[in-house]
Design a protein around this ligand. Structure first.
Ligand code: FAD
Length: 447
């Protein structure tokens, strides 16, 4: 018997988490804090012992939903104060190399933070070592699952042995290509859709300058919007920048020689060449290949009171709203609230999570798809800037009534579906104002 966080004395649950990425490691902390026994199984080696692999974003934008979760497990202050680089807005790079900034929140100067993926994941794993009730098994690949029975089979990739376990609850936090979700798909009435966009991404790097400082203003997310494609850059702790080129695969394919690559960069991103360095640009570009981007929608997220999927396993989204990890972290916060509400009763917790969360994850998935168009194209248009100026003005006058879409998604914990509803309402109000003004003008003209 253990005294759980809610004050009740009862047998702790035995929870197996598949996936020790960002979301799985965070969920382990939430459950450990509640007094439950957690076994975390991760396919890869311990991330703390391996260098950053290519092909996965090196840094991520952390915003309020992720911060709230980190605060719950006592890591927010450390992450923000010591390892987060504030980004107060977008810095747009024009074709001629000139720049202008678009603040995220001109009213209260709220910002998002660039954080290192490996650092954050390592921090979460390290924190779990402070809990005697968390066990970590690396090099364990889930190969079979009987979710109804709560049994899992892993392959220990180091020893090649099979490991069978049983748990009261299985949590699949094993990413966009989740093996737990695959097992769930055998259940009747499981809805599933996946969409690969026609664009891929490739990461490049702007190194620190000779004195070890940033080569561009650090407190911005830099964007080179070019209509059908774009490049972005987020700052790193060592004063380098992770630069990500998002582009249709067919365009990547066309850049098959060094000359073509340099011509392309001279045409579309001329100011970035001296920052990246010609030699490094060629090396980095040709040493990797573009990675695909997938969005997954599915439901329900649970199998009875035995299994649940969270994070990218439940709702992988394209990265253009910077919300994938934040949404996954929010899953953990919401689950924790349900554990509290239902006093650890799994049937109630899993049923409510499944029936309520999908609306919000579907909403952020659609918003993320839309935001690619905004980032690569619309930001450069006068109509976008006019609308942003109007939204900012209204937000200034009515801070509680008129919260612009980006602000509600990024700086509030308003459910994502409500952020979308809010925007629809704002569009209607704006449309009514325009109609009214047209009527007044016509009336005045004929008076
Ligand atoms: C280019 C890019 C940029 C992004 N930028 C942002 C951003 O700025 N902000 C943001 O919030 N989000 C961003 N994201 C999204 C973010 O990376 C994901 O939402 C987040 O990593 C999801 O975490 P997760 O733990 O659910 O999944 P993952 O990070 O994929 O972790 C899953 C873990 O499960 C393990 N695993 C997989 N299969 C098995 C198995 N069979 N057995 C055992 N273990 C297994 C994997 O090894 C991995 O460690 C970005 C994504 C991309 C691709």
């Amino acid at each position: 018997m253990t005294t759980l966080q809610n004050g009740h004395s009862k047998k702790p649950l035995d929870v197996a988490i598949v996936g020790g990425g960002l979301v799985g490691s965070l969920e382990a902390l939430y459950l450990a804090k509640r007094g439950h026994r957690v076994r975390l199984y991760e396919y890869r080696e311990d991330i703390r012992k391996t260098p950053q692999a290519r092909g996965r974003s090196i840094n991520l934008a952390l915003s309020i939903r992720g911060r709230r979760a980190l605060k719950d497990v006592g890591l927010e202050a450390h992450m923000i104060e010591q390892h987060g680089i504030p980004m107060v807005g977008r810095m747009i790079h024009r074709l001629d190399g000139s720049t202008y900034d678009i603040p995220y929140d001109a009213r209260t100067n709220q910002c998002i933070y660039s954080v290192g993926r490996n650092y954050l994941n390592s921090l979460l794993l390290k924190e779990s070592e402070n809990y005697h009730n968390v066990e970590r098994s690396f090099n364990h690949k889930l190969i079979e699952a009987n979710l109804k029975k709560g049994s899992l089979t892993f392959l220990n990739t180091a020893t090649k042995e099979e490991v069978n376990i049983n748990a009261d609850l299985i949590i699949g936090a094993d990413g966009a290509f989740s093996a737990v979700r695959k097992a769930m798909m055998k259940q009747p009435l499981f809805d599933y859709s996946q969409k690969y966009i026609e664009h891929g991404y490739l990461e490049l790097c702007i190194p620190a300058d000779e004195s070890g400082g940033f080569q561009m203003p650090a407190s911005y997310l830099h964007i080179w919007p070019r209509g059908t494609f774009m490049m972005i850059a987020l700052p790193n702790q060592d004063c380098s920048w992770t630069v990500t080129l998002f582009m249709p695969f067919e365009n990547f394919k066309e850049l098959d020689t060094e000359e073509k690559l340099i011509d392309f960069f001279e045409k579309y991103f001329p100011d970035s060449i001296p920052l990246i360095g010609r030699k490094r640009l060629i090396e980095d570009f040709f040493s990797g290949s573009p990675s695909p981007l997938v969005a997954v929608k599915c439901r329900p997220y649970n199998v009875d009171d035995k299994a649940l999927i969270i994070g990218d396993a439940a709702h992988a989204v394209v990265p253009f709203y910077g919300q994938g990890m934040n949404a996954g972290f929010e899953d953990c916060t919401l689950l924790d609230q349900l554990f509290q509400k239902y006093n650890d009763n799994l049937a109630d917790i899993l049923t409510e999570f499944s029936s309520s969360r999908w609306r919000d994850t579907y909403a952020i998935s659609d918003l993320a798809m839309y935001n690619y168009i905004e980032m690569r194209d619309l930001v450069t248009r006068p109509s976008y800037r006019l609308r942003k100026a109007f939204d900012d003005l209204m937000f200034w006058i009515f801070p509680n009534l008129w919260v612009p879409l980006y602000n509600s998604v990024t700086f509030t914990t308003m459910p994502y579906s409500q952020c979308v509803e809010n925007r629809r309402w704002q569009n209607k109000v704006l449309f009514s104002i325009i109609i009214l003004m047209v009527f007044i003008m016509i009336f005045c003209a004929f008076k």
